[in-house]
Design a protein around this ligand. Structure first.
Ligand code: ATP
Ligand code: MG
Length: 398
């Protein structure tokens, strides 16, 4: 058994439906898989028949194949995957192998079924014939097991493909979605909170390349709060690939609003500045949308009226709010899954909590907001804030 080749089979998701773009998308996927596998050893990656084959090229890489599979499970565009044994396309070899194979991989499963799949039609047996013969061999090598075709504890797949037969017994869920970068770039407004890293993740899953933008308000916000955001963005790289993290200081803007504008409009005016700066950052980096972690009714600035007033500051770029209709608990589940939750709950201040009004307007009226804003040099403040932008390039594994 030790002599058998092991291969990771990646089953592609929606990519296979994408017609003319399919080749490009497959290439992006292969690049992403190769990049992630670097830390697990040497592997070849080939694509054929809606499946990607990841094969170890030396014995250390063969030993690390389960870790390699874990990395592959993070790749967007992969629907499911498995570690399969690769056998020559020879019925005797398949039958000699399969009984012991099941004995070696099973835990306490008592029932099984075999799913034979003959995609190579030159193979002499039909899929049901192949399944029946393999089933008999598994039974004779595992006397305590029974066949159950409707609700088996274990499903053994025997896939006869172009160059070999692949046998596997457990499917791993892939990350789903579309290949990294296939949808273009967007600016993610990244705070230190729970929502925005998770919002970035769900968009990255649909193929968005993330250009993160964080606002700080030094000295009202600390160096430690800034480090927390860097840590969050680094964590996101694990799934999203390379991320550029831009940091802009809002100190002058916040002090100016606080000085001259009506207190209850402070937050909504600040959010309008954030949007203007996000749009400038998007133009600067070639991004085509802005992403936020806003959720309807979560705080005063996330009512429909407040969102309308905020959106009014953006001229011609869509704002994606993937969590607009999601509960906090659902968002928390995503944040936990991607490992950002524990970082987000560290108690450091955010610029949004600096000078927060006691009674923020929940139904702000645009005309009144514009009237308050006229007291400010919006253009000068925006340009000076944009000039403070620093860029940090983050790569997975750094
Ligand atoms: P929480 O999980 O505490 O709600 P949050 O990040 O969602 O954290 P909100 O006050 O709800 O914080 O802000 C709404 C959205 O505005 C965020 O999801 C984020 O996209 C953006 N945002 C808030 N503060 C900042 C900031 N300091 N820098 C960049 N974007 C921010
Ligand atoms: Mg929030």
């Amino acid at each position: 058994m030790e002599q058998t080749n092991k291969v990771i089979l990646l089953k592609l998701g929606e990519v296979v439906l994408k017609g003319l773009n399919r080749k490009n998308f497959e290439k992006m996927l292969i690049d992403d898989v190769k990049r992630r596998l670097k830390k697990c050893g040497n592997y070849s990656v080939l694509s054929s028949q809606s499946t990607m084959y990841v094969s170890p090229l030396d014995s250390d890489s063969k030993d690390a194949i389960d870790d390699a599979a874990k990395e592959c499970a993070k790749v967007f565009g992969v629907a499911s995957l498995c570690v399969a044994a690769e056998i020559e396309k020879d019925l005797d070899k398949i039958l000699a192998f399969i009984g012991n194979y099941v004995r070696s991989v099973r835990k306490d499963e008592k029932t099984f079924k075999v799913v034979g799949k003959r995609s190579d039609k030159t193979f002499p047996l039909t899929s049901p014939e192949l399944s029946a013969l393999c089933g008999a061999k598994i039974l004779s090598a595992n006397h305590d097991m029974k066949v159950d075709v409707s609700n088996p504890d274990m499903t053994v797949y025997v896939e006869v493909r172009d160059y070999a037969v692949y046998i596997h017994a457990s499917k791993i869920h892939g990350a789903g979605g579309m290949p990294a970068g296939s949808a273009g770039k967007a600016v993610l407004l990244l705070s230190g909170g729970i929502d925005s890293p998770a919002a970035g993740y769900v968009c990255a899953k649909r193929g968005v390349m993330i250009e993160a933008l964080h606002f700080d308000s030094f000295p009202y916000t600390s160096e430690r709060a800034r480090m927390k955001v860097i840590e969050l963005a680094e964590k996101m790289c694990d799934y999203c690939g390379n991320i550029s993290l831009n940091i802009i200081s809002l100190t002058e803007i916040q002090e100016s609003i606080k000085k001259v504008c009506k207190e209850d409009y402070f937050t909504v005016i600040l959010r309008r500045f954030m949007m203007r700066l996000a749009e400038m950052a998007a133009k600067n980096s070639g991004a085509k949308a802005i992403i936020t972690g806003e959720s309807l009714g979560q705080v005063a600035s996330q009512t429909m009226s407040a969102l309308a007033v905020t959106n009014n500051a953006v001229s011609d770029i869509p704002v994606f709010r993937p969590f607009i209709a999601m509960d906090k608990e659902e968002i928390v589940n995503i944040a936990r899954k991607i490992g950002t939750f524990d970082i987000s709950i560290q108690p450091y201040e955010d610029c949004c909590t600096v000078f927060t009004p006691k009674h923020p307007a929940t139904s702000p009226i645009l005309e009144k907001v514009l009237f308050e804003e006229q007291k400010l040099d919006v253009k000068g403040l925006t340009e000076r804030a944009f000039a403070t932008m620093e860029k940090i390039n983050l790569n997975p594994g750094n």
